[in-house]
Design a protein around this ligand. Structure first.
Ligand code: NAG
Ligand code: NAG
Ligand code: NAG
Ligand code: NAG
Ligand code: NAG
Ligand code: NAG
Ligand code: NAG
Ligand code: NAG
Ligand code: NAG
Length: 412
């Protein structure tokens, strides 16, 4: 689009959404839109507003929703006229190369509910200045340039439901104070930072989280006892979280409710060698995944529920026979079964062929013996079959020739 002047005629306009329309060739684009004083909602996401979005006087002060994400502003500063939009509820400025101090910007925005500053270059002072915006429900400061520690005042944002500070370089220690009043919090993403969590074993958080994303921060050494009080968790990502402890038995008591559990790359041991608490099927439409790759699990595992979509127990010290799928009334929905790099012995159980939707089967680097079951050739969706580096013997069954979808076959 080259000319936007026609828009001035729309003097009653309250909502204007031009997201995805290329406005980079429009001269004085925002100035033109500024002639519409009744606007309450303006969305210009990804419009190529590569410019200093300057306004000497801002007219659309009735705006309650302003989305300017993905525009790559070239002056790296938050437009000063934003200060005057004190009635904003929603403000989106993600992916704009923005940096610089924004002191006081939010002081007057006492109705601000939803703030997305993700994928910019803001530093930790921004976080500090937001700790007073008590109306916030949603705060995204992911993928910025924040260093230093998180101010404990963030724990005063009592209406916060979603907090995302992931992928920054935040350091220091997060204590219970940082969560003091966060009773409404449902989704917490702190992944990919440098800080440590230090809370007591008796801590009972005020929140009931649904999504917990704490990969590559220091949660450990102990298994987080506070998880025991969290009854609504659906997503739990604690990859690479420096936990060196045994998985407590109470964890299994509710882990069937969590449809995504990822403890990749910790030092977990495991006393509870059964998924016996996981009898209940998950709600429809979920793809339950359990990833315990690269830990120190030993002992044997009798069975696993076949409604698990992905089970990855590779790079542990598991012994005994390959765990059997527990095929109940429901259709077996396991797609990924990854048990490589363990100490499993005996033969490959034919029961694995009951996993009729299996796409990825990796049993490599174990001590399996006996023959390759003929019935593996009956798994029509199999894409990857890796049985390498075991002690298998006998003929390779020609039924494997039925696997018309197969991409990768390792039998070495
Ligand atoms: C937007 O328009 C400008 C100028 O007309 C052009 O150079 C640019 O490639 C366009 N951007 C996209 C994403 O199409
Ligand atoms: C809006 O502000 C501009 C300055 O950017 C001013 O020239 C213009 O008169 C104002 N328009 C209306 C409709 O208020
Ligand atoms: C913002 O408001 C102040 C005081 O109401 C006014 O002096 C100033 O010109 C306004 N700035 C813009 C860019 O509209
Ligand atoms: C937050 O508000 C308090 C009291 O109103 C004030 O003293 C403090 O300077 C404010 N902090 C920030 C970072 O704006
Ligand atoms: C949480 O943060 C990580 C790291 O930035 C990111 O990959 C992931 O998409 C985020 N998850 C959600 C649900 O926002
Ligand atoms: C963790 O918190 C406890 C109790 O507040 C304190 O004694 C200890 O020094 C803290 N550890 C770290 C590493 O901050
Ligand atoms: C684990 O976290 C550390 C920081 O604590 C990071 O340097 C490293 O790259 C992460 N490793 C993986 C495999 O994610
Ligand atoms: C596991 O523990 C060892 C020390 O016993 C340590 O060197 C290693 O970094 C730990 N690994 C993880 C992923 O925490
Ligand atoms: C074969 O598997 C054994 C047992 O897991 C392992 O120690 C060894 O490194 C593996 N060899 C290769 C070549 O991967």
């Amino acid at each position: 689009m080259k000319d936007l002047r026609w828009i001035v005629g729309l003097s009653s306009l309250e909502g204007l959404v031009l997201s995805g329309v290329n406005l980079s060739a429009v001269e004085v684009g925002l100035q033109t839109i500024n002639m519409l004083p009744s606007l309450t909602r303006l969305e210009l996401v990804g419009c190529g507003l590569f410019m200093n979005p300057h306004l000497s006087q801002v007219n659309f002060t009735s705006l309650s929703s302003l989305e300017l994400g993905e525009n790559n502003f070239n002056n790296y500063m938050v437009p000063p006229w934003l200060h005057n939009l004190t009635g904003l509820h929603d403000l989106g400025l993600s992916s704009n190369h923005l940096s610089g101090p924004i002191h006081g910007l939010f002081e007057q925005m006492t109705s601000l509910v939803d703030l997305n500053l993700g994928e910019n270059l803001f530093d930790a002072s921004t976080l500090k200045s937001l700790c007073n915006v008590s109306s916030l429900n949603y705060l995204d400061l992911s993928l910025n340039d924040m260093q230093g520690s998180i101010p404990s005042e963030i724990g005063q944002l009592s209406k916060l439901q979603v907090l995302d500070v992931s992928s920054n370089s935040l350091t220091g220690v997060l204590s219970e104070d940082h969560f003091a009043k966060l009773g409404e919090l449902k989704s917490l993403n702190q992944s990919e930072n440098l800080f440590a969590l230090n809370v007591s074993s008796w801590w009972v958080p005020r929140f009931q989280l649904r999504d917990i994303m704490m990969s590559s921060i220091k949660v450990g050494l102990l298994f987080p006892a506070w998880l025991r009080t969290e009854k609504e968790v659906q997503w739990l990502d604690m990859q690479n979280a420096s936990i060196s402890d045994s998985i407590p038995s109470w964890f299994g008591v509710f882990c069937y409710e969590i449809y995504f559990v990822d403890f990749f790359n910790n030092n977990l041991t495991w006393n509870l060698l059964e998924f016996k608490q996981m009898k209940k099927s998950p709600p429809d439409g979920n793809s339950p995944s359990t990833v315990l790759k690269s830990n120190k699990l030993d002992g044997s595992l009798k069975s696993f529920p076949s409604y698990i979509y992905e089970l990855d127990l590779s790079q542990n010290f598991l012994t005994g026979h390959i765990p059997l799928p527990d095929v109940g009334q429901t259709v077996a929905s396991t797609i990924f079964l990854i048990l490589s790099d363990n100490h499993f012995t005996s033969s490959i159980p034919e029961d694995l062929c009951k996993l009729e939707n299996l796409k990825y089967l990796d049993l490599s680097n174990n001590f399996l013996s006996g023959r390759v079951p003929l019935c593996l050739g009956n798994l029509p969706d199999l894409l990857v079959l890796n049985l390498a580096n075991n002690s298998l013997c006998g003929q390779i069954p020609s039924s494997l020739g039925n696997l018309g979808q197969l991409w990768i076959l390792h039998l070495n």
